[in-house]
Design a protein around this ligand. Structure first.
Ligand code: ATP
Length: 362
């Protein structure tokens, strides 16, 4: 098995008595694009800063290529960081900014110029080589910051919310610049963001954190399809949560669950076992719920339509079931029109047993 490029081995970070990162275990492989995401203050940036050498772990070990790097300064390890504010030098022009890291390493002028120009070309910036930084657009500055970090050809690039200052269109364009570069160069990216769409669009794996803890690590598909716990289910969005008690075990991985809102079947994730009487939390994706006037399936709840929300090609339909349970259902416009849904209407929310997933970590 290949050795991971980066290992966080039981890493803890305290600031005084406050625990910003709680026992992080994470392996990152060469050529991977890993996004660390979570709400504000969950410890994403602290994790990245520890890898960059800007914070020291309080406990545990960080390894790069198998070597412990806890005690190395940022300039002693090859883990450059691209900041949200880019931190370009305003007193240097574009090519001088890009050359800077090579100059610090003592590379001769002609050689570093050649290398810097090559990176400016790769990032489509050659015509701006002699421009002042203040004369560039946000997206151009972003690319200069990338060229400046990549010119030293590090094995890994750390990025802290690099697109958050850009408008939505430019941010999407820069996402493809970043993923294109990352795949072409085979370089490892560790990318911190609070934006789920950014992380899911670009990353091979996402690390979801909350309050200093890793909640789940997996591919965007895995995390979206099989969230481990309620936090992740709510974080990725579009999920309904039902809590109940197992009343019977059925065929294969299906079990019967009784909740205060009604009885239904749900699916156990691989490797999880339950016995009758266990409390379980069930996650039901909004796109897997159907609506009908006549009840036709065993897994259903009687609901009232309380609102609709149009998002691009989809409609989010908000429902209320018995005991105030709120449900959301996502439909394409054509299906929505066909159903002729209106506020206050009584309907059945129905689903296949396989779509109701018992959360592994609850
Ligand atoms: P955001 O998305 O808002 O940038 P984040 O997930 O990146 O959040 P961190 O910057 O890692 O969060 O901070 C995690 C927690 O640690 C926060 O509660 C923050 O206030 C705290 N923290 C970070 N740096 C320090 C520090 N130098 N001293 C004390 N507390 C700190």
């Amino acid at each position: 098995m290949t050795q991971p490029l980066v290992v966080f081995d039981n890493v803890v970070k305290h600031f005084g008595s406050f625990q910003a990162v709680e026992c992080m275990n994470l392996e990152i492989y060469k050529g991977e694009f890993v996004a660390i995401m979570g709400s504000s203050g969950c410890g994403k940036t602290t994790t990245l800063r520890m890898l960059a050498g800007l914070e020291k772990p309080s406990k545990g070990e960080i390894r790069l290529n198998g070597e412990r790097i806890n005690d190395l300064y940022s300039w002693e390890r090859e883990t450059p960081l691209v900041w949200q504010n880019l931190a370009l030098f305003p007193f240097l022009n574009v090519i001088e900014n890009v050359e800077f890291g090579l100059k610090m390493r003592g590379m001769a002028k002609a050689e570093r110029r050649k290398k810097a120009l090559l990176w400016l070309e790769r990032l489509g910036l050659e015509e701006f080589a002699e421009r002042d930084i203040s004369q560039l657009s946000g997206g151009q500055k972003q690319r200069v910051a990338l060229a400046r970090s990549l010119v030293t050809e590090p094995p890994i690039l750390l990025l802290d919310e690099p697109l958050s200052a850009l408008d939505a269109n430019l941010s999407v364009r820069m996402q493809s610049v970043l993923t294109g570069l990352q795949k072409d160069l085979g370089i490892t990216f560790v990318y911190v963001t609070h934006s789920q769409s950014e992380a899911f669009a670009m990353a091979d794996r996402v690390v979801i954190m909350s309050r200093g803890r890793v909640e789940q690590i997996g591919s965007p598909q895995e995390v979206f399809r099989e969230p481990h716990n309620r936090f992740v289910a709510e974080f990725v969005g579009g999920k309904n949560i039902l809590v109940g008690t197992v009343t019977a075990l059925g065929d294969a991985s299906l079990v019967r669950v009784s909740s205060e809102h009604g009885e239904f079947q749900a699916r156990l994730p691989d490797g999880k076992t339950v016995v009758p009487g266990d409390r379980v939390t069930v996650c039901l994706s909004a796109e897997h719920v159907d609506l009908s006037v006549q009840a036709s399936r065993p897994n259903r709840l009687a609901c009232t339509v309380v609102g609709e929300e149009f998002i691009g090609s989809m409609v989010n339909i908000h429902l209320e079931a018995k005991d105030g349970l709120e449900l959301q259902v996502q439909k394409m416009h054509a299906d929505y029109d066909q159903l002729g849904i209106r506020s206050g209407q009584q309907l059945f929310a129905e689903w296949d047993a396989e779509s109701a997933l018992i959360l592994r970590g609850e």
